[in-house]
Write a new protein. Sequence first.
Length: 112
Amino acid sequence: MDDLNLFRKQDSKTSCIVVNSELSKNMANIVFEKSGVTAPWTGTEESILELGEIHDLDLDYGCRMGNCTACQQPIVSGEVDYPNGHTGEPDEGNALLCCCQPKGDVDVVINA
Ligand code: FES
């Protein structure tokens, strides 16, 4: 989390793509298993949902604020964090893609 915050701070002051690339080497990949897409988490995305959309995936969503649970998808492996919290509760084994981020640098595999 500290690395992510550091990156955001640096990114707001500079537009250094090299910094982004260097940090990506130590960050998780997000594997959208059904879609056959593996996308590197760069730390600039708000959520895994946003990362999927950047890679042209058509993922379900509703409120985009962690309330409605419309964006929930099963997590096959890896862990996620909710840096801004959420009020909706996903089903057991699922994550709210609109407001979650990978926890640490372990890849997150999603059945989506
Ligand atoms: S879109 Fe509503 S909880 Fe994610």
